[in-house]
Design a protein around this ligand. Structure first.
Ligand code: GTP
Ligand code: MG
Length: 339
């Protein structure tokens, strides 16, 4: 696998990608309408699904009626070719599909068990905790693990790392790769890093990420951290509602990207004190309010425990609340050494 980053990346080279589903496939649309969509930046059918009808209407200058029609046409097309689930699907079909869902090893068997096998594709896994609890270390380790073969706990794909805190360290990737007997150069070649400088820059990066995901065979999208820029920019009660609106849009775009491209999303979150929490040992809750709480598929709380770390599954549609112990070492996230 060789997916080195092409800084000159343009919409021209993704047309040769076999997974690229051109907007031209919507054969019922007039040539004029198709060119309006392209001028608005909608080149692929996946763009239509990820951005949604409102964005389609605004960016292309078309009516909401036209936009909803195009959106539904696109969904029907993608259902027909099996990119997304049919709108009426037997639960047994969904169950068979879930048994085959891709999972990325965290590097620790304990942690994998907590997640039911690893970081799941088509879903958002959110980890939150105080400083130094291992959120960034988990992100670095997952960048290496996703590249391994399926039998080794990977998905044979690359990682896209959106770094909002300037804490991505290629030298840490090198150490983890060597400790896991991987070629560091090859591993680094398959990680695309985007440094986000502001919340709107982060949104711009996200809106451009579909191109990279398809052309670089990305199987893992990382946000470290997802909301820190919003917290630093939207200060005070008066801007809270605008911040939540922007976060709402962000998290829904992320979810649509996860499901349309069938990739895993790992995002880190900060904590805020929570005097009202019910658990004696959970004195913090994740930042971002209800919007994040309802939108992440899996929420995991990390905390320190002497030299080890504890991961607690706080919210999941299919796991009980439980916790496990892991450790941070030369090879990144790992199981604690037996004494
Ligand atoms: P914030 O981003 O500050 O909220 O913290 P975080 O949760 O992202 O913490 P991070 O993942 O950066 O974890 C930092 C901890 O990882 C440090 O306290 C170290 O214990 C450990 N660590 C970082 N680098 C290495 C390393 O190269 N080797 C080992 N063994 N441990 C490391
Ligand atoms: Mg960090």
């Amino acid at each position: 696998m060789n997916h080195s980053v092409d800084p000159e990346y343009s919409s021209v080279n993704q047309k040769s990608n076999k997974d690229f589903l051109s907007i031209d496939l919507l054969s019922d649309l007039s040539i004029d309408l198709l060119s309006q969509l392209k001028e608005g930046g909608f080149l692929s059918l996946k763009d239509v699904i990820i951005e949604g009808p409102l964005e389609l209407s605004t960016r292309c200058g078309i009516s909401m009626d036209d936009s909803n029609f195009i959106y539904n046409q696109t969904i029907t097309f993608l259902e027909d070719i099996g990119v997304i689930d049919m709108r009426f699907t037997p639960a047994t079909t969904l169950y068979d599909k879930r048994k085959r869902i891709g999972r990325i090893s965290t590097g620790s068997q304990n942690f994998n068990k907590l997640l039911g096998g690893g970081i799941e594709t088509n879903a958002i896994t959110e980890v939150y905790g105080e400083f130094g609890t291992g959120k960034t270390q988990l992100c670095h380790t997952a960048c290496v693990m996703v590249q391994l073969s399926y039998s080794q706990g990977g998905l044979d794909g690359g990682a896209l790392y959106i770094d909002t805190e300037n804490t991505f360290r290629p030298e840490r990737i090198e150490t983890i790769s060597k400790a896991r007997h991987q070629n560091p150069k090859q591993i680094l070649d398959n990680i695309v890093v985007a440094r986000a400088y502001s919340s709107s820059h982060q949104e711009l990066i996200l809106s451009e990420s579909s191109r990279i995901i398809e052309s670089q065979n990305i199987k893992l999208l990382i946000f470290d951290s997802a909301i820190s820029l919003y917290r630093s920019e939207f200060l005070g009660l008066s801007s809270l509602s605008l911040r939540q609106q922007r976060l709402n849009k962000l998290i829904h775009s992320i979810m649509r990207i996860a499901q349309t491209h069938q990739i895993a999303v790992l995002l880190t979150n900060q904590v805020q004190s929570s005097p009202e929490t019910g658990f004696a040992n959970l004195s913090f809750k994740a930042a971002g309010g209800n919007i994040f709480a309802h939108s992440s598929t899996y929420r995991i709380y990390l905390r320190k425990s002497n030299r080890n770390r504890i991961a607690r599954m706080v919210d999941s549609p299919n796991h009980p609340e439980s916790e496990t112990v892991f450790s941070i070492g030369e090879s990144g996230i790992t199981d604690p050494q037996k004494e």
